[in-house]
Design a protein around this ligand. Structure first.
Ligand SMILES: [Zn+2]
Length: 191
């Protein structure tokens, strides 16, 4: 599993990388992903009951509407109003369980939230921050797979989830296509 989204909400959408390829199979896998992605600390994860089927189902629905919202943004389409309404409601719910903590600035913390929806709180909040504070033109879909990412490059040139995977595949395909054109007989020189 790779974190290439550059934003917690996009990384959450990227947990499903294909129709038969899903990192999230049950609630414990959601907790594991939360730890891996930095949405939860070990101490917070230890407070969560691993048996929370309803919360797991809600998490999958959340992923569906986040996918709809950000794939629309990435392709220049308007997200469905129903998806935005659900996101607003989930953010209101998340903030109702949060507290403000002092660091360099004040930030939202869900340290004392032990409810089964806890892993999703920072994901939903990251989605709101991305939509309201960041440059939407930098939200992109990989040219080679289903992944979404936030393009942090200076000249907004990022096209792939990662150069090691889809970027290399694309380069390889271009190389093979170019060689095929070069090696095929040119009909204008045939006579
Ligand atoms: Zn890709």
């Amino acid at each position: 599993m790779r974190l290439v989204g550059g934003n917690l909400a996009l990384d959450f959408v990227n947990t499903r990388s294909g129709p038969d390829d899903d990192v999230l199979t049950d609630y414990p896998s959601l907790i594991s992903w939360g730890l891996y992605a930095g949405a939860l600390t070990e101490a917070e994860a230890a407070q969560l009951s691993p048996r929370a089927q309803a919360a797991f189902t809600r998490a999958l629905h959340t992923r569906d509407y986040l996918d709809e919202v950000f794939r629309s943004v990435a392709t220049g389409a308007e997200p469905a109003p129903s998806a935005l309404t659900r996101l607003r409601d989930d953010e209101a719910e998340a903030l109702a369980h949060a507290q403000l903590e002092r660091g360099d600035t004040f930030t939202w913390s869900w340290r004392d939230d032990h409810s089964p929806d806890r892993p999703l709180r920072p994901v939903v909040h990251a989605a709101i921050e991305l939509l309201t504070l960041r440059d939407l033109a930098r939200v992109k879909a990989c040219g080679g797979c289903l992944f979404l990412f936030y393009d942090e490059t200076k000249n907004r040139s990022r096209r792939w989830c990662s150069m090691q995977d889809c970027g290399t595949d694309a380069k390889m395909r271009r190389y093979i296509a170019t060689r095929r054109i070069r090696s095929s007989p040119d009909p204008r020189r045939a006579e």
